[in-house]
Design a protein around this ligand. Structure first.
Ligand code: UDX
Length: 494
């Protein structure tokens, strides 16, 4: 992303991927994020002739660099898959390629801003490459300005950030460059929220923040196992702990495991950094945060198998949600990928429904992590709605906390099961597998699902494994479901 200096800010987003840029210039943006379309449209297309557009998307990288005062490097920094540090270190090849391009093209002074999450001291390499490759007389300042927004809340996080962090060298040039970036953010962020600091602290602060957030989730998930074993309830434990101001209530929701593009990647990078600095105890500490997360997913899958009488062969299970969290179509490191692959290995028939994730994305994720493509193709189906996924299923497994999976208030839904709650009424070979649920009009979910409709079509006994603790278990139990939550001994007491 490239911005000209205030006051008349023009932002040009440039990418070598023509398809992606075309999508940004179209009505169908390449990513789903609540309210993003409105924000982009206003800036990109202008408003009724009152505001001129000031957001541009282009593949003309050279021109975008030439015309910019500030250049934000916002490229991918995935985990390295081969070579030294494989599986832990960050792959900085895109950062280096972007840096070299800037050096090659720039004919006037630029402030280069690291927006991508990078290992501590990356700015040193960026400065070195720019100095060695830049045109004579062209000066570059390098700043660190990590991004803290979370998916699903990206727009409010952008408009009302907790803090903006700007790291610079402490010489005059560095401080002047940082002041220019402060002025840019001060257009909409109160100045007291814009923090300036040492370049290396800023780089490390981003990874530290993600590591601390993930560590809270792994801590609460570790406690959830103790709750299941003892009869305590993790929601109550986390509520009570979070009331302490020093702890606070956020990021303490027990779950099937955290996902997303950042936590695992950043912690493994911290592990790598610690190892490189000969700090094996520190490396082991942070590694355990990722290990607990893997263990939590596996533990949840084992519980499903155990509850379903230790065999899933040819049993249908419905997966509610494939995104790594609600309000995003992003599936990177989603717990759903691990859970589905374990269920496929158990030879279950897995029917997946997610309100936002595209079908091709689900297949890609499953294939990339599958032990056997044939088995995956044979066992998995993808449904257009939650109700269809449940037809003849033995269990519903909630992996993503989409609001539509909660227990809706459908007062007109009579619980009217043909064979009683515990009777099995469905025939796997019947037409309804293909047509949807008989005798009901397709109805859009309001604030949740009509679980009584689901109860009518599932096999008995009907299980719900709530990996997000979002359903009202008592209501579902009244409908005849057996509900297994994370960190709650409800089932353990049976
Ligand atoms: C995270 C950081 O929050 C953000 O500041 C950083 O810039 C990028 O990484 P993101 O990955 O989008 O953002 O989502 P976040 O809301 O932090 O959730 C990450 C994962 O943790 C999700 O799978 C979520 O479901 C899970 N989670 C979150 C829990 O299991 N319990 C919680 O209490 C909170």
């Amino acid at each position: 992303m490239i911005a000209n200096r205030v006051p008349s800010i023009q932002v040009t987003v440039t990418d070598t991927n023509a398809r992606r840029i075309a999508a940004w210039n179209s009505a169908n943006l390449p990513i789903y994020e609540p309210n993003l379309v409105d924000l982009v449209k206003t800036a990109r297309d202008g408003v009724d002739g009152k505001h001129d557009p000031n957001l541009f998307f282009t593949t003309d990288v050279d021109r975008a660099i030439a015309g910019a005062d500030l250049i934000f490097i916002s490229v991918n920094t995935p985990t390295k898959m081969t070579g030294h540090g494989a599986g832990r270190a960050l792959d900085l090849s895109y950062v280096e390629a972007a840096t070299r391009k800037i050096a090659e093209v720039a004919e006037s002074n630029k402030i280069v801003v690291e927006k991508s999450t990078v290992p501590c001291r990356t700015a040193e390499s960026v400065r070195d490459i720019l100095a060695a490759n830049g045109k004579p007389g062209v000066h570059f300042d390098v700043l660190s300005n990590p991004e803290f927004l979370a998916e699903g809340t990206a727009i409010p996080d952008l408009l009302y950030p907790d803090r903006i962090l700007i790291g610079s060298l402490s010489n005059d040039e560095g401080i002047t460059a940082a002041a220019a970036l402060v002025d840019l953010y001060a257009q909409w962020v109160p100045r007291e929220r814009i923090i300036t600091m040492n370049l290396w602290s800023s780089e490390l602060a981003k990874i530290a923040a993600n590591a601390l957030l993930a560590q809270r989730i792994s801590s609460i998930n570790a406690l959830s196992a103790i709750c299941e074993a003892t009869g305590a309830d993790i929601s109550e434990v986390s509520y009570a702990a979070g009331l302490d101001k020093r702890i606070g209530p956020y990021m303490l929701k027990s779950s099937v495991g955290f996902g997303g593009s950042c936590y695992k990647k950043d912690i493994l990078n911290l592990v790598y950094l610690s190892e490189s600095m000969h700090l094996p105890e520190v490396a082991a500490y942070w590694k355990s945060v990722v290990d607990i997360n893997e263990w939590q997913k596996d533990r949840f899958a084992k519980r499903i198998v155990a509850c379903l009488y230790n065999t899933l062969t040819s049993k249908k299970v419905a997966i509610f949600g494939f995104a790594y969290k609600k309000n995003t179509g992003d599936t990177r490191e989603s717990a759903a990928i691990t859970i589905v692959n374990i269920l496929v290995a158990e030879r279950a028939k897995v029917a997946i429904y997610d309100p936002q994730v595209k079908e091709e994305q689900i297949w890609q994720d499953l294939w990339a992590n599958s032990a056997s493509l044939n088995e995956t193709n044979e066992c998995v189906s993808i449904c257009k709605n939650a109700y269809d996924a449940c037809i003849d299923a033995h269990a519903v497994i909630i992996v993503t906390e989409w609001d539509e999976f909660k227990v809706g208030d459908f007062s007109d839904s009579e619980i009217n099961l043909p064979n009683g709650v515990n009777g099995h009424s469905s025939d796997p070979t019947s037409e309804k597998m293909h047509r949807g649920i008989p005798g009901t009009q397709p109805r859009e979910p309001q604030t949740g699902l009509d679980w009584s409709r689901i109860a009518k079509v599932m096999r008995r006994p009907m299980f719900v494994f709530d990996g997000r603790n979002i359903v009202d278990a008592e209501k579902l139990e009244k409908l005849g479901f057996r509900v297994e939550c994370i960190g709650n001994a409800r089932s353990g007491s049976r």
